[in-house]
Ligand binder design. Structure first.
Ligand code: ATP
Length: 224
């Protein structure tokens, strides 16, 4: 049985806070493949607030090129209407019926899992690997997690050898936190502050080429 990971997000832009914890997860869980799936029209974001999904997919594609087992998932790119994680995970379940599925997400997102569309079905379909975002960890996180998931939670240290799960499991990967967010990167870019150290260099080149996240009216080429 292979280990397949899915990492959904808006990735606007894809940054090192996404990439480095996933590398830690890959080193720990020995995933056979990790699919980064940019959300088409996530229900919690206002229309027009996001960069075009084709830009977001392109950023994931260029960022994952150097990593043999990391792939961009274009599942949600051409969908119309809101896209839900539960449907994406269902598609991967059908595509990999005999393999272990792991859904990767930050601890802030996991703390809000009960607000996700059809979350009760989602948590029965996949294991979770929760990545460490500093403000939401330990007891603070535990209090937010619904009762039925608490018993599934297991803290894992980076590089620990993790056997195949026997039942549905929520792994909390206790890696060093990377305090980076897409919001702060967009904000820095708008204000003309450097972002080079916060994103993979391929993403930096892409953002500069298309002039993404510049102030309104300063957009170059095909940014919006
Ligand atoms: P925004 O600031 O626009 O809300 P974001 O930086 O949180 O964006 P998203 O693409 O919205 O990034 O998040 C996708 C997933 O990545 C979420 O599960 C989120 O918790 C996780 N994530 C984002 N940044 C980090 C980080 N620095 N460390 C760990 N997980 C992260």
């Amino acid at each position: 049985m292979r280990r397949i990971a899915i990492y959904g997000g808006t990735f606007d832009p894809f940054h090192l806070g996404h990439l480095i914890p996933t590398v830690r997860a890959e080193e720990t869980f020995q995933f056979d493949a990790v699919y980064f799936v940019p959300a088409g029209a996530p229900p919690h974001k206002e229309k027009g607030e996001l960069s075009r999904v084709t830009h977001r997919l392109a950023m994931v594609t260029v960022a994952t090129l150097p990593y043999e087992r990391f792939f961009a998932g274009d599942d949600e790119v051409f969908m119309t209407g809101p896209t839900y994680t539960v449907d994406t995970v269902r598609r991967y379940r059908n595509r990999f019926p005999d393999d272990h599925l792991y859904f990767l997400l930050g601890s802030d997102s996991f703390s809000q899992i009960t607000t996700w569309h059809d979350w009760e079905a989602l948590v029965e379909m996949t294991h979770f690997v929760v990545l460490h975002r500093a403000h939401m960890w330990g007891e603070t996180l535990r209090h937010k997690v619904p009762e039925r998931l608490r018993d599934r939670m297991r803290v894992v240290a980076p590089f620990e050898s993790v056997p195949d799960p026997t039942g549905l499991t929520v792994y909390l990967l206790d890696h060093e936190p990377f305090p980076i967010s897409a919001t702060s990167i967009r904000d820095r870019q708008r204000r003309g502050l450097p972002i080079r150290e916060l994103v993979p260099h391929e993403v930096y080149t892409y953002i500069e080429k298309y002039g993404l996240y510049r102030r309104h009216g300063e957009v170059r080429r095909d940014a919006q």
